[in-house]
Design a protein around this ligand. Structure first.
Ligand SMILES: Nc1ncnc2c1ncn2[C@@H]1O[C@H](COP(=O)(O)OP(=O)(O)OP(=O)(O)O)[C@@H](O)[C@H]1O
Ligand SMILES: [Mg+2]
Length: 255
């Protein structure tokens, strides 16, 4: 996917610029994490890629075709899971299968397998109002994977999870990603999470959002829970910490 000199403001060109001359190219099969201060424009970048909003300037392409609206080969987990309250967990996972028709046996089997992956088999019949924040996020993750998208857009998908579940799902996500080598863009506030998952970490500084750093993460795969305690991991985390602080300062200085 390729973002080229994109300019974006909510409310058209009269609004405050959120992104200014933003360019980012991600090659097929790469896992890229986006890190940056709150309000820096990370979610906006994902909304542009998922076709929910359009830029005022520049171009956005996925697989060499311009993004003109939502597409089936792009799967998104939004920061807020956006589940339909009147549908069960299982039927929310099956949502991309379509409103107008019943899910096929294949889709139903895949939904059940994905619910098992995210640890929700026993909760398949519950309604969103009966879920914790972390459970709802896991439903969102399973739903995103239903149609085996080529591009995964994940907006802080683990932010409401406890540390153990977070580790477990990071390992699962790495496994799913390594199986098919889909392209993934993963927004997070967590430096260890970005390091654990990504081939590249992009640090976005806010107001207007631009890329402050683009750091390759040369840790071998599969990464394990031991990876986190290696000295190399610690050194990379420190470097990212410094970049993150610089990004946060940029935001406040310009504000
Ligand atoms: N729908 C909207 N209408 C108007 N302004 C918006 C809208 N959504 C976001 N913004 C503004 O755009 C800027 C970037 O928001 P965005 O959600 O992309 O940030 P973020 O980096 O994802 O932040 P966070 O880490 O808190 O999720 C913020 O200043 C925010 O107020
Ligand atoms: Mg956000």
């Amino acid at each position: 996917m390729r973002i080229d000199t994109v300019r974006f403001a909510y409310g058209g060109s009269t609004g405050a610029p959120i992104l200014q001359d933003l360019s980012l190219a991600v090659q097929h099969g790469a896992f890229v994490a986006i890190l940056g201060p709150s309000g820096g424009g990370k979610s906006t970048v994902l909304k542009l890629l998922s076709g929910l909003v359009s830029p005022q300037g520049g171009t956005i392409q996925i697989d060499d075709t311009p993004v003109t609206g939502p597409r089936r080969d792009v799967g998104t987990v939004f920061q807020k899971p956006m589940l339909l309250p009147w549908r069960t967990v299982r039927d929310n996972v099956l949502l991309p299968a379509g409103f107008a028709r019943a899910a096929t046996a294949r889709e139903a089997a895949r939904a059940d397998a994905l619910l098992a992956t995210v640890g929700l088999s026993d909760s398949a019949g519950l309604y969103p109002g009966q879920l914790s924040g972390g459970m709802a996020q896991r439903v969102g993750l399973a739903r995103m994977l239903l149609h085996d998208p080529r591009l995964l857009l994940l907006d802080e998908p683990f932010s409401a999870l406890d540390a153990m579940t977070r580790e477990h799902l990071s390992l699962e996500l790495q496994r799913l990603w390594m199986e098919e080598r889909r392209t993934a863009l993963f927004v997070t506030h967590s430096i260890p999470e970005a390091l654990f998952l990504a081939d590249r970490v992009v640090v976005l500084a806010g107001r207007p959002g631009r890329i402050l750093a683009d750091m390759p993460i040369p840790l071998p795969r599969p990464r394990t829970l031991e990876t986190i305690s290696e000295p190399h991991f610690g050194a990379l985390a420190l470097e990212l910490r410094r970049l993150f602080d610089t990004a946060a300062r940029h935001g406040t200085l310009a504000a």
